[in-house]
Ligand binder design. Structure first.
Ligand code: PLP
Length: 444
């Protein structure tokens, strides 16, 4: 499955962004996250152009939780997207990248006082308020910063849960995120937000799931959110200026995955919002979206070096690589599936069925079960595709494994964007206390 600029070169090697993956592994070591910069930029443009062609008043907000580095902030900024951050750390990254404050949306279900203060001081464009406690904190802060124009969206739970083909409308209130729409919490939140001086309510937000392959959940979300806009208009005379529909647009992890073309998701969403606004007779708001995985997921490939191979005749061949759940937690966390090839035997015929094991001390640390590959040997470079989103950002130091380096490739050039952690880095936060001095003995 060759996406973006991936192709097989004359040496029968995988090439990404014009760079030979085997050479990348030699130069930067493995495991290595390789990011296809042209594909990232193309994805940004596809989302922005698709939505702008239907509705001028929009923000495409990259969900930084998928993958965030200073360089990524820079690319997102250049491509004209906004940025969704969910913590002080993500906000700090954006600040270090000098990302324009007004284009930052600050999310999270438990923002601390200090995080909110930092966001207000930096002047973020929107705070997406998740709960009543947060409204209280912002109310306090608005008194301390009267000159700051604190613009907020309220996060609502529209009762839609969508993940790949699994789509349910539950009227589900049982979520840690947002204000429930069915139990009146959302209306109370509007009342409360409207009563806080120094806070400007701009509209509403929802996020209905991840890796969605259908139009229907987005159409339903449009219907529910616009109906809510109508209700608050009737009840409080409040004009909803913005609705942010979150992320969740599906991508292709496997050959068999069938995400919709971007234009189709966007068309379904925007036309539904427009139609509902007409039906309910409410002004058309700004329509925003927050793709994360869809911008960065397919652009990432992880390179590993193959090590131990354990064959259990008649049962299974385990092929171990030099990374695992420490750089890709998704198979262990939610049974995520991937495809791969051997970068130094890229177009060779498939000869054997193997399972790819990580090197962490967990039986559950398996990256891929039952994949057909050419004959595989220790020292081969395995390339696992579609590892751009929620890999580096979810990486850990489990088993004291250093986090891999991140390299951006483009037009035959590779740029190191994050260096590999060293063993020293692993210990850098440890405080070595000298042994306590003896100050008292019983015989004194
Ligand atoms: N927006 C919000 C509020 C989210 O919680 C998430 C993911 O959890 C996203 C956007 C990005 O979702 P995705 O990467 O599936 O597009």
């Amino acid at each position: 499955m060759l996406l973006g600029t991936c192709r097989v070169n004359k040496l029968n090697h995988l090439e990404i962004g014009g760079c030979d993956a085997v050479e990348l592994a030699k130069e930067f070591g493995t495991p290595l996250y390789v990011m296809d910069e042209n594909l990232i930029r193309e994805n940004c443009r596809t989302y922005l152009n698709s939505i702008r062609s239907l509705h001028e008043n929009t923000d495409v907000i990259y969900a930084g939780k998928a993958f965030l580095t200073i360089e990524m902030c820079r690319i997102i900024e250049e491509e004209g997207l906004c940025l969704d951050v969910v913590s002080g750390g993500e906000l700090y990254t954006a600040i270090k990248a000098q990302f324009p404050a007004k284009r930052i949306y600050f999310h999270g279900n438990n923002k601390s006082y200090d995080e909110l203060k930092m966001a207000i001081e930096y002047g973020v464009g929107r705070i997406v308020v998740d709960n009543f406690y947060e409204l209280e904190l912002i109310s306090d802060l608005s008194k301390k910063y009267p000159a700051k124009n604190i613009k907020v969206l309220l996060r609502l739970t529209p009762g839609i849960e969508a993940h790949t083909h699994d789509y349910i409308k539950t009227g589900q209130l049982d979520s840690k995120f947002g204000f429930g729409m069915e139990n009146g919490q959302a209306l109370l939140a509007v009342e409360s937000a409207l009563s806080i001086k120094g806070l400007k309510l701009m509209g509403f937000h929802c996020h209905i799931g991840s890796q969605i392959f259908e139009e229907e959940p987005f159409k339903d979300a449009a219907q529910i959110m616009v109906k809510f806009a109508k209700t608050v208009n009737d009840k409080y005379g409040f004009n909803t200026r913005e609705i942010d529909f979150g992320g969740g647009f599906g991508i292709k992890y496997l050959e068999t995955d069938r995400p919709l073309p971007v234009k189709e998701y966007i068309h379904a969403l925007v036309t539904s919002v427009k139609k509902c606004c007409q039906n309910y007779d409410v002004p058309l708001p700004k329509i925003s979206i927050e793709p994360g995985r869809a911008i960065i997921g397919e652009a990432g490939t992880t390179l590993y070096t193959v090590g131990a191979i354990k064959n259990i005749p008649g049962i299974r061949k385990y092929v171990s690589v030099d990374g695992g759940m420490s750089d890709n937690i998704r198979p262990a966390l939610y049974g995520a599936k991937y495809t791969a090839l051997i970068a130094n035997k890229a177009a060779s015929p498939k000869e054997e069925r193997v399972s790819i094991a990580g090197k962490c001390c967990e039986s559950g640390d398996m990256l891929i079960w039952d994949i057909d590959l050419p004959k595989i040997d220790p020292g081969d470079i395995l390339a696992v595709f579609c590892t751009g989103a929620y890999h580096y950002s979810m990486a850990s130091n489990y088993n004291m494994l250093p986090k891999p380096a991140v390299v951006f490739v483009k037009n035959n050039t590779a740029r190191l964007v994050v260096r590999r952690q060293t063993y020293e880095d692993l210990l850098s936060n440890e405080v070595y206390l000298p042994p306590a001095k003896k100050v008292y003995t019983a015989s004194m």
